[in-house]
Design a protein. Structure first.
Length: 132
C-alpha cells in the first residue's frame, strides 16, 4: 500500500566509476583557487578600524585608567582578536599600542583594555574622541 518515493537507481549513481573520476578531475573548481588570494587582498586593503571597535567605554574607572595608566578602554566585537584590536587602534588613532587585554562582561560583551606606548598619550586621544 505504501508507494516508493525514491528515485530510480540509475539517477543516483553514475554509469561507471571511471566516468565519475574523469568528470571530477576534468572540472577543477576555480573558486577554491581564487578564494585565498581574494581574502588576503581584502584584509590588507579594506581594513576598517570601526568594524572592530564599537565604541569607547565611558565610566569612572575608564577615566582613571586614562589619566593614571595610559590605557584606553573600548567595547569591541565579540569575535575580534587581540591582534585585530591592536591594529584597529593603531590605524584609527595613529598611536603605538604596547599591549591589549580583553574581558568578556557578564552581559556577553567584549571589553578591550589598550595600553599605549609611553610616547603616546591616552589623554590626548581621549580628548580627540570627546571622552574627557
Amino acid at each position: 500500500m505504501a508507494k516508493e518515493t525514491s528515485l530510480p537507481a540509475k539517477a543516483k549513481q553514475p554509469a561507471s566509476p571511471a566516468k565519475a573520476l574523469a568528470t571530477a578531475a576534468a572540472k577543477p573548481s576555480p573558486a577554491a583557487k581564487e578564494k585565498p588570494a581574494a581574502a588576503a587582498t581584502a584584509l590588507a586593503h579594506d581594513f576598517d578600524p570601526y568594524d572592530v571597535i564599537i565604541h569607547p567605554h565611558l565610566a569612572e574607572k575608564s577615566m582613571k585608567m586614562i589619566e593614571l595608566q595610559n590605557n584606553l578602554v573600548f567595547m569591541v566585537r565579540r569575535t575580534a582578536s587581540k591582534r585585530a584590536i591592536k591594529q584597529a587602534v593603531e590605524q584609527g588613532f595613529a598611536v603605538k599600542v604596547q599591549s591589549v587585554r580583553t574581558e568578556i562582561t557578564r552581559k556577553g560583551q567584549k571589553k578591550a583594555y589598550v595600553r599605549l606606548a609611553p610616547d603616546s598619550s591616552a589623554v590626548d586621544i581621549a580628548t580627540r574622541m570627546g571622552m574627557v
